[in-house]
Design a protein around this ligand. Sequence first.
Ligand code: 13P
Length: 306
Amino acid sequence: MKPDLHIQKLAERIQELKKERKAVILAHNYQMPEVQDIADYRGDSLELSRMAAKSDAKVIVFCGVYFMAETASILSPDKTVLMPDKSAGCPLANMITAEDLRELKRRHPKAVVVGYVNTSAEVKAEIDICCTSSNAVNVVLSLKDAEEIIFVPDKYLADFASKRTGRRLIAWDGYCPTHVKILPEDIVRSIRLHPHAKVIAHPECTSEVVALADETLSTGKTCDYVRKSDTKEFIIATEVGLVYRLQKDNPGKKFYPASELAVCPNMKRTNLEKVLWSLEEMKDEVRVSDEIRRKAKKAIDAMLAL
Ligand code: 13P
């Protein structure tokens, strides 16, 4: 069978089974093109969390990485949250454990704790308020009365939020191994090749890359910005999967990945075969224990209430 026909057959079978199972398919903006194409909703971490909570589907097939499916399950414990490949983790989320954070809290007993959504449920259970890359600045701004603020685990997102808000943040030393592959020289070279393009960086990029960007935005906000902008060319400094979505949604504009090396191996674990198997066999389910879920949900709800 020709590859395109194979993809089409898989996609058709997925759509049939999705109806039978009363399922909804959510795909993060970094997923492979064919996975984005069969999804009901594509989005950034915050958009997908909101979608998962709002949907009346019984089953959520989450095409993303583990902490995202876990967040969906925390918000919707009555739904069955499936991951086509449960081994798709997030190295950034794995850079801090709940015990690491308890120890940091012991050293700063008065601090309010902001935790990036890229954390395990156990870590979320230890934080006061969650944030994503699209609302980190507003979350920090909302903590006007806090004497001290701990921000975990991404040091670059912390630096970005600190510079935008003028608040000193006690940051954890975590980072995304995919975003740090984008170097300042990649941006300089891209600008030389495409002098009329605007540079949009994700806030997980290094501070040097962010300093060279015209805008620093989450993947979802990048989609909004590009759609509304009169500019026709963009250099995209984030995981390369976003370029597929941007190009598909904006055929009249041009997008250049700042670095072809920025590929998240975990985001690329999900493919159509795995999506189909997960619907056929109703696995792998992602669940969080009730005690952790209740505590983690408080931190997510605090963010969603903003
Ligand atoms: P967004 O929320 O901007 O999609 O980012 C998610 C992420 O994990 C980036 O590495």
